[in-house]
Design a protein around this ligand. Structure first.
Ligand SMILES: Cc1ncc(COP(=O)(O)O)c(C=O)c1O
Length: 362
């Protein structure tokens, strides 16, 4: 597929900005970026990270680390400030304001719609049906795609937030074929590490219209770093980099992201995943035994979604005990729904104590 045919022509035609660090080696006497020659802070970290210097636009070591982690080549990966930035870059490169459209399947992560709206792109929603366990309306999605030639991005999430369901591989393959030569399928896998399903990253080398989003914010326990990755065909990566800020990743984030994905962290990640698994089993068991809990969507991520008669009062009750849970009840199809993240054992004990007490007030 010729990516240039579906990207915004002005971005395809634009010559990328050549930053000092992006266009010349960072070795030797550096007088090409109007930087200060030394830091004003006498601290070993500042010296080691050369904070007075601009960082690498795409830090080689981190790019290589993440490429290894996700099983793609370095040219198929762009390190971003979280998946949020990946979503924003894709929308800016592929959607012409006032003309192109994105598809989302609500309920889903809210930033797809926000990024598209900021860009002036139309948002076409193919809602999931609560009656079908929020399953994707696959036939409806294909119908919309066929009817709307201006769709450039199809945002899908697996596991989905907030319903937790997975996108089946044959459905992904069908959509990639439907979108061939006309749109990108963006599969957001922010929560994929929490389940046994294989990542679609393995398809990136074979399907030029597939984009996979990954993040260190969830299962890598590093939301504070703001670090994620876009996995895609190198031609997509090159276009995204054209619109990205010249030095998006602070040196401190790069250093911390290498630590966050170190061998030691990988071992600890197994403990986190197992804690989330057992915490979730216990929470689900607890919720299933409460007669005031209506529907419950366990999903495949580190949260559960449930429906109650009065979501606002439950959220307020928990807040009164210092526990924040997410109220989704104002979103269409999610009336009465709240999402509970799986936390530490102590946090889960506090939550179940609060929920037990709440039940007694009803
Ligand atoms: C599905 C999904 N994608 C992306 C994100 C944002 O990820 P990041 O922290 O990498 O920007 C979230 C955050 O909750 C999410 O739920």
């Amino acid at each position: 597929m010729d990516i240039a045919n579906i990207a915004r022509p002005e971005i395809v035609a634009m010559k990328a900005y050549e930053s000092a660090r992006g266009s010349a080696s960072a070795d030797g006497v550096l007088l090409n970026a109007n930087e200060a020659p030394f830091t004003l802070v006498d601290d070993p970290l500042w010296q080691r990270l050369a904070i007075n210097r601009y960082p690498q636009p795409q830090p080689a070591q981190l790019r290589s680390r993440l490429a290894g982690l996700y099983g793609v080549t370095e040219s198929q990966l762009l390190v971003t400030r979280g998946s949020d930035e990946g979503i924003d870059l894709l929308t800016r490169v592929f959607c012409r304001p006032g003309r192109d459209a994105v598809i989302e399947c609500s309920p889903c992560f809210g930033m797809y719609r926000i990024a598209a709206t900021i860009q002036g792109a139309q948002v076409i929603d193919v809602p999931r049906s609560p009656a079908q366990g929020f399953e994707l309306d696959f036939a409806g999605l294909r119908r919309e795609l066929a009817a709307r030639p201006n769709v450039r991005l199809v945002f899908l999430t697996s596991p989905n937030n907030p319903s937790g369901d997975l996108l089946a591989r044959p459905q992904l393959e069908t959509l990639l074929a439907d979108c061939d030569e006309r749109a990108l399928v963006v599969l957001d896998e922010a929560y994929i590490e929490f389940c046994d399903a294989a990542s679609a990253a393995e398809l990136v080398g074979h399907r030029s219209n597939l984009v996979v989003l990954r993040t260190l914010s969830k299962a890598w326990a590093a939301a504070g770093l703001r670090c994620g990755a876009v996995l895609a065909d190198p031609r997509v990566i090159e276009l995204l980099q054209r619109v990205m800020a010249p030095y998006p990743l602070p040196a401190t984030t790069v250093e911390a992201a290498l630590l966050a994905t170190s061998t030691a962290a990988r071992t600890r990640q197994q403990q986190l995943l197992s804690l989330v698994r057992t915490g979730k089993v216990a929470l689900v068991e607890f919720l299933q035994s409460r007669d005031w809990v209506g529907e419950l969507w366990q999903g495949h991520a580190n949260f559960v979604l449930l429906r109650v008669a009065d979501a606002a009062s439950l959220v307020e009750w928990c807040a009164g005990r210092g526990i924040r849970i997410r109220d989704f009840s104002r979103q269409p199809g999610l009336e009465g729904c709240v999402r509970l993240s799986i936390g530490s054992d102590a946090e889960m004990s506090a939550l179940t104590r609060a929920l037990r007490d709440y039940g007694e007030t009803l």
